[in-house]
Design a protein around this ligand. Structure first.
Ligand code: 13P
Length: 270
């Protein structure tokens, strides 16, 4: 079993990666790892996550109360957001929050990542919704992300950044990296005249591959109400999978709704 000290070192390594890759500026971002149902390691508030050593790392209980912290270090101001993910997703063992430039730009522009443009992003993430804006460090952010947690492994935070979580620290970091790569490709393809999207049947074949591989985590491939009804996942609901807008559509064919929406947007020049 990996020792607690080893996990603290791994958190510092991931902190360096997110800092060195420009996914956070200055003291931004936070990382946590679940040790047991009532013990979690997390980064301290207000320090650069690119320059941490193991003694910086704090330990908290399931409510975010301090169990152990050295010197003046205090747990991340966003610990409540991390705890909400662990509460709602028992399969999650690590949470990473960052402000990657492209993903955060989409979160600021209010554009969810719903265009299926490359196989890896479709398989790893499906689509990525935007949780409503909340004031950092308050319960507004956990409350805003909660409704997306059962359907996605990555969420944009409006006007703020991105949140990714998975069954290991490395996998949570990789989700963040995939999310940023997808956002950067989408941004650049838009500058080149707009991406040529994969077709619904190409998306469905990728979703089928994901199912066959038995990939862990939550993903619209398995959870989209269309997929549950034996139809293809629309990959264009913008975060309404699982009962938000999709529920109000009822049994309407989401493929049809998606294609009409697309045509209207084209006519509007968007
Ligand atoms: P902390 O340093 O308190 O973790 O906060 C950083 C941050 O990015 C808040 O959104």
């Amino acid at each position: 079993m990996t020792s607690e000290f080893e996990i603290k070192k791994q958190i510092c390594d991931i902190g360096k990666r997110i800092y060195n890759r420009g996914m956070v500026a200055a003291n931004d971002g936070n990382i946590s790892v679940k040790l047991s149902d009532n013990e979690f390691l997390c980064t301290p508030t207000g320090v650069s996550k690119g320059f941490m050593t193991p003694e910086y790392i704090c330990k908290v209980d399931r409510d975010g109360n301090v169990i152990q912290a050295n010197g003046n270090f205090k747990p991340s101001s966003e610990i409540k957001m991390h705890m909400r993910v662990y509460q709602q997703r028992p399969d999650v063992n690590s949470v990473v929050h960052a402000h990657p430039i492209y993903a955060t730009s989409f979160a600021i522009a209010g554009i969810p990542l719903t265009q299926p443009i490359m196989p890896e992003a479709v398989i790893a993430l499906g689509c990525v919704p935007i949780a409503e804006y909340g004031t950092p460090s308050t319960m507004e952010i956990p409350d805003a992300v909660e409704k997306y947690l059962q359907y996605y492994d990555a969420v944009l935070l409006a006007n703020h950044g991105a949140l990714a979580y998975s069954d290991s620290l490395l996998a949570a970091y990789h989700k963040m990296e995939s999310l940023e790569f997808y956002a950067e490709l989408l941004f650049k393809a838009k500058q080149l005249g707009g991406p040529k999207e994969l077709s619904p049947s190409q998306v469905e074949r990728l979703y089928e591959i994901r199912r066959q591989f038995g990939m862990t985590g939550k993903h619209p491939a398995d959870l989209c109400p269309n997929a549950k009804n034996g139809k293809s996942s629309c990959h264009s609901c913008g975060g309404n999978c699982g009962g938000h807008k999709a529920a109000t559509i009822g049994n309407a064919d989401a493929d049809l709704v998606a294609s009409i929406t697309k045509r209207v947007m084209e006519q509007l020049g968007k």
